[in-house]
Design a protein. Structure first.
Length: 490
C-alpha cells in the first residue's frame, strides 16, 4: 500500500516553462541552482525505501512522476547537474516542491507511477497520447439466449470476452462476418423480449430468431459453442465440423441446409483472410515495436490472441529528445497496461532494461505470470519484424502529413500576417432545432492535424440564448476562455 509522505512548499516560486519546445533548451544557471537547492532540502528526510516522487511547479502543475528503488538515492541524483540531460535540467529549474509516496515494493511503485502519469499527464514524462479503451467481442452468458455483440468498458465476470481488437472497425468487420457464420442474436434484451415475428436478420440468415421460437435451445447452444471455439483459436476444428455436416447434408439431398453451411464456412474463411499474421504457436501476446526518426517516435502494437491477429494500432508518444527508442518503449509499455490486463507474453523490439521489475509489476496487476521477451529467431521474430516495418512506415506517413500540415500553417501565418505559424487553431460553431436543444462545438487543429482529444461540446445553458446565434456564441466563448484564464492566469 502506498503511503504518502508530508512535503512543504517553499516560498520562492518562479514562473515555470510552459512551451513544449522549451524542454530541450538549456536553463539559466541561477534557476537550476534554485531547483537543486529545493530538491536537496527534501533529500535529507527521504527514506531509503521504494516509492514514487512528483516534481511540482509553482502553480501546482505536476511536472514529472518517477519511481525509485530508493527514494533518497534517486531524488539525490537530481542535485548533480553533470548527470542531468538538458530536458531534466529544465525540469529541475521549474520545480518548486515535491511530493512522495512510499510503497512496499518496487513493483508496486511502478504501478503507482503509471497510475499517476495517467492522472496528471506530466509534460516531462513520456506520454501515451491516445489512451482510449480497446473494444472486445462479448458473448453474453447472463441471459437465457446468449447475445453476440461489441463491448467497450468494464467487463462482467458472467460474460465471455474476446480481444482486444485494435479498433471499432476491426470489431464491426469481424462481427459482420461472425453473424454470417454463427447466426446468433445481436439485438438488445429490450428488442428481444418484445418481438412477435422474426426480424430482417432472420430473413437474411444472420439470426436464428430465438425470440419467436424458430430454433430449439440445444441447437442454439451448439452454435454458441461453435463461436466460442472459433474465437478461442479452435478455428480448424470448427471448420472441419461444419464441412462434415455440409457433406452429410448434401449426401442426404438436403441441399438448402448444405448451402447454408457452405455460406457459414465461407464467412469463416473471410475472417481469416484479414489476418496478416497467424501464429498458431502463440496462445496470446502483445507485440511492441518502436522506431525513432527525426526526433519523433512511433510505437506499433499488435494484438495476438489464440494464434490470430486481432489488429494493430500506431502510437506517437511525446517524449524528451534525449531519450532513445528503448527508454521510450519501456515507459510506454508501463503506461499502456496501467488500466489494462497484460497478456501472458509481451514481445518487444528492444530489450527492456528493468524487465524483471516490469514483469513483477504486470504479474501483480494481472494476477498471473507475465513474460517480456525480445525474440531472436523463429515465428516470433518474424512477427516482430513485421511490427517494426509497420512502425517505420507509420512514422514516415506521419512525418509526411506533418510536413503538409506545417505548410498549411505557414500559409495561415502569411495570410494573417502572424509572426509565426499558429500552434493551435480552434474552430467554433453552434446549432439548434428551431430554438430548442441548443449546442455549441469546438474542434482543434495544430501541427499534427486535427486533435480529436481536444474537441469540446458545450450545452448552452443561458436563458434566451437558444435561437440567438450571437448569444450562443457569446456563452461558448465566455465559458471557453473563462476556463482557460482559471487554469492559466498568465
Amino acid at each position: 500500500m502506498a503511503r504518502p509522505t508530508h512535503c512543504a512548499r517553499p516560498d520562492e516560486p518562479t514562473r515555470p516553462v510552459t512551451e513544449e519546445t522549451d524542454l530541450d533548451q538549456p536553463p539559466s544557471e541561477g534557476t537550476l541552482a534554485d531547483g537543486m537547492r529545493i530538491i536537496a532540502e527534501f533529500v535529507r528526510t527521504l527514506p531509503r525505501k521504494p516509492g514514487v516522487y512528483r516534481m511540482i511547479a509553482a502553480d501546482g502543475e505536476v511536472l514529472y512522476v518517477g519511481k525509485a528503488r530508493s527514494l533518497r538515492s534517486r531524488v539525490a541524483a537530481y542535485t548533480q547537474p553533470t548527470r542531468l540531460a538538458t530536458r531534466l535540467m529544465r525540469m529541475v529549474s521549474a520545480t518548486r516542491t515535491m511530493e512522495f509516496a512510499v510503497t512496499d515494493s518496487e513493483a508496486e511503485a511502478l504501478l503507482l507511477e503509471n497510475n499517476l502519469i495517467k492522472r496528471h499527464r506530466p509534460r516531462f514524462n513520456v506520454l501515451l497520447r491516445d489512451d482510449k479503451s480497446f473494444p472486445y467481442i462479448v458473448i453474453r452468458r447472463d441471459t437465457e439466449w446468449p447475445q453476440l455483440a461489441k463491448h467497450r468498458g468494464t467487463r462482467e465476470p458472467a460474460n465471455e470476452y474476446f480481444g482486444p481488437f485494435a479498433s471499432a472497425t476491426a470489431v464491426n468487420r469481424t462481427l459482420y462476418a461472425l453473424q454470417r457464420a454463427f447466426p446468433l442474436r445481436s439485438c438488445s434484451d429490450g428488442v428481444f423480449s418484445t418481438r412477435t415475428r422474426p426480424c430482417l436478420q432472420y430473413q437474411i440468415k444472420r439470426c436464428t430468431a430465438p425470440c419467436v421460437g424458430r430454433i430449439e435451445k440445444p441447437e442454439y447452444d451448439a452454435i454458441v459453442d461453435e463461436v466460442r471455439g472459433f474465437l478461442g483459436g479452435r478455428n480448424r476444428e470448427v471448420q472441419q465440423k461444419l464441412s462434415a455436416r455440409m457433406e452429410q447434408a448434401s449426401a442426404n439431398l438436403e441441399f438448402e441446409g448444405a448451402a447454408v453451411l457452405r455460406d457459414r464456412i465461407r464467412a469463416l474463411a473471410h475472417i481469416q483472410s484479414h489476418q496478416s499474421i497467424s501464429l498458431p504457436s502463440i496462445d496470446e501476446a502483445d507485440i511492441f515495436a518502436a522506431h525513432l526518426e527525426g526526433g519523433q517516435i512511433c510505437v506499433q502494437v499488435f494484438f495476438i490472441r489464440a494464434g490470430q491477429n486481432l489488429g494493430n494500432r500506431a502510437y506517437f508518444p511525446s517524449h524528451g529528445k534525449d531519450l532513445g527508442e528503448a527508454q521510450v518503449l519501456e515507459a510506454f509499455i508501463g503506461q499502456f497496461y496501467e488500466a489494462r490486463q497484460a497478456p501472458k507474453l509481451i514481445l518487444t523490439s528492444h530489450e527492456v532494461a528493468e524487465r524483471d521489475l516490469m514483469e513483477s509489476a504486470l504479474a501483480l496487476s494481472a494476477g498471473r505470470k507475465v513474460e517480456i521477451h525480445r525474440p531472436k529467431r523463429g515465428d516470433q521474430k518474424d512477427a516482430l519484424d513485421q511490427a517494426v516495418t509497420n512502425a517505420r512506415e507509420a512514422l514516415a506517413r506521419r512525418m509526411a502529413e506533418r510536413g503538409t500540415q506545417r505548410q498549411l500553417l505557414d500559409g495561415v501565418a502569411r495570410v494573417f500576417a502572424l509572426d509565426a505559424p499558429p500552434e493551435r487553431i480552434e474552430v467554433y460553431d453552434n446549432s439548434h432545432i428551431q430554438g430548442s436543444a441548443p449546442i455549441g462545438a469546438m474542434i482543434v487543429a495544430g501541427p499534427d492535424g486535427f486533435n480529436k482529444n481536444a474537441y469540446r461540446k458545450f450545452n448552452i445553458k443561458g436563458e434566451g440564448a437558444a435561437g440567438d446565434d450571437f448569444a450562443m456564441m457569446r456563452e461558448v466563448m465566455s465559458r471557453r476562455f473563462g476556463r482557460a484564464l482559471k487554469e492559466n492566469p498568465d
